[in-house]
Ligand binder design. Structure first.
Ligand code: GTP
Ligand code: MG
Length: 344
C-alpha cells in the first residue's frame, strides 16, 4: 500500500503529536514534518528524539513543492512504509487543492490519497461555536470546510458531555466530513484513526474557500514564522534545565502579552548531546504553559530551539522575545552562543 495523508489544522491542535503517535504504533507508518523555516526545527527534532520514523521537508509548504514531496514519498514507500502523513505549515488553507489536486494532476496513481484530515482541539470548537467573528474565524472555519475527516483531538481534556456537544456541533456544521474523537496523549481511538486513514479515500472535493480573497490576505499579512536556536553552556551543578525551560516560556508569554502581540503556539525544545530532552509549549498568552517532557538529570550544556507562528509587529516581537531569553538566561547564569534567528 502507498497511502498518503495530509494533516491540516490550527497551530497547536496536535498534528505533530498525532503523527508521532501513529508512527509509534505501527512501524509501517512514517511522518513528514513540513516547515517554512530551515532544517532541524523543533517538531522534526522532537519526532527523532522520540524514536519516530520522521523526515522533514523545509523551506516552503509542500503546497508549492509537489515534486519534492513525491520524491520523498517514493523514497519512503520503497523503504517499506505504507502510510505516510505530512503536516502543513502555517494554517493549511488551500492545501487540499495545492497538495491533493496537485499530486493527482502531476503524479496520477503514484500514491493513494487518504481522507484530507483536519485536526481540531476543543478550545477551537468552543471559540468557533461561540460565534467568534474575527479574522481568525476565516482560517479556523476554512480548514474544517476542506476536511474529509475531522479529528477532534485532546479528548482527554474534556468531559463526555463536552465531547458529545462538540461532536454534534462539528457534524452539523461540517456535514461533508467524517468525525473521529481521539487523544494523541492517551492513545484513545488511535486505532480507529489509523484504520480511517488506511481504508478511507480522499473525496477530492473542491470547496470554494475564498483562497487569496480579502479575508485570506488580511490574516496572512499579519502572521510571521519566528524561529530561534542557540546553545548554552551551564555554569554550575545547581542548574535545573526543567526550571529554565518553564521560566523561559513564562517570560516569553509575558513579553508577548505586554506588546499586544500573540503567539498561538511556541514550541520550546531543549536537548543535551546525550539525547535527553525537555519540551514546553506556550499555547498563546491566555493559556497555561504546558510541559510534556522533562530532563531526568541536571544538564551541563544544552541546545534550545524555539519555533512559532506569531501575530504582531515583527521588530517589536523580536526585540521583546530576545530580551526575555537574555533575561532568563542571565538569571540562570547561562552562557549563550551561536544564536540563529529566522523571521519569515
Ligand atoms: N491534553 C492533550 N494535549 C495534547 C494532545 N495532543 C497534543 N497535545 C499538546 O498540545 C500541544 C500542541 O501539540 P502539537 O502536536 O505540537 O501541535 P501542532 O498542531 O503540531 O502545532 P504546530 O506545529 O504549532 O502547528 C502540545 O503541548 C502537546 O503536548 C492530546 O491528545 N491531549
Ligand atoms: Mg507541529
Amino acid at each position: 500500500m502507498r497511502k498518503f495523508a495530509v494533516f491540516s489544522g490550527f497551530l497547536g491542535s496536535g498534528k505533530t503529536s498525532t503523527m508521532m503517535a501513529l508512527a509509534k504504533q505501527n512501524s509501517k507508518n512514517a511522518m513528514i514534518v513540513n516547515d517554512l523555516g530551515s532544517e532541524g526545527l523543533a517538531d522534526k527534532r522532537l519526532a527523532k528524539l522520540r524514536g519516530c520514523n520522521a523526515v522533514e521537508i523545509t523551506g516552503d509548504c509542500i503546497c508549492y513543492q509537489n515534486e519534492k514531496l513525491m520524491a520523498q514519498l517514493e523514497e519512503l514507500y520503497s523503504s517499506g512504509f505504507e502510510l505516510v502523513i505530512s503536516d502543513i505549515p502555517g494554517f493549511g488553507v488551500g492545501a487540499l487543492e495545492h497538495v491533493y489536486h496537485g499530486l493527482e494532476e502531476k503524479f496520477p496513481g503514484q500514491c493513494e490519497l487518504a481522507p484530507f484530515t483536519v485536526l481540531v482541539e476543543p478550545d477551537t470548537v468552543k471559540t468557533l461555536s461561540a460565534g467568534f467573528n474575527e479574522d481568525l474565524y476565516y482560517i479556523l472555519n476554512t480548514q474544517l470546510v476542506e476536511a474529509d475527516l475531522i479529528v477532534l483531538n485532546k479528548c482527554d481534556s474534556i468531559s463526555e458531555d463536552e465531547k458529545a456537544a462538540y461532536s454534534a456541533w462539528l457534524r452539523k456544521n461540517y456535514p461533508q466530513a467524517e468525525l473521529i474523537c481521539i487523544s494523541a496523549l492517551t492513545g484513545e481511538n488511535m486505532d480507529a484513526l489509523e484504520k480511517a486513514l488506511l481504508q478511507g479515500k480522499a473525496s477530492m472535493h473542491k470547496p470554494d474557500i475564498g483562497y487569496e480573497g480579502e479575508a485570506f490576505t488580511k490574516i496572512m499579512s499579519q502572521v510571521c514564522e519566528y524561529n530561534i536556536q542557540y546553545y548554552a553552556v551551564v555554569c554550575c551543578e545547581s542548574f535545573d534545565g526543567n526550571d529554565y525551560l518553564l521560566a523561559l516560556a513564562e517570560e516569553i508569554k509575558a513579553a508577548v502579552a505586554s506588546i499586544g502581540a500573540e503567539i498561538p503556539h511556541m514550541k520550546l525544545l531543549a536537548w543535551e548531546p546525550d539525547g535527553e530532552y525537555a519540551k514546553a509549549d506556550m499555547m498563546g498568552t491566555k493559556r497555561p504553559v504546558e510541559v510534556s517532557q522533562r530532563f531526568s538529570h541536571p544538564c551541563t550544556e544544552l541546545a534550545v530551539a524555539l519555533n512559532s507562528s506569531a501575530f504582531g509587529n515583527r521588530e517589536q516581537l523580536d526585540k521583546s522575545v530576545t530580551a526575555a531569553i537574555e533575561k532568563v538566561s542571565e538569571k540562570f547564569q547561562l552562557e549563550l552562543s551561536i544564536f540563529k534567528k529566522e523571521l519569515i
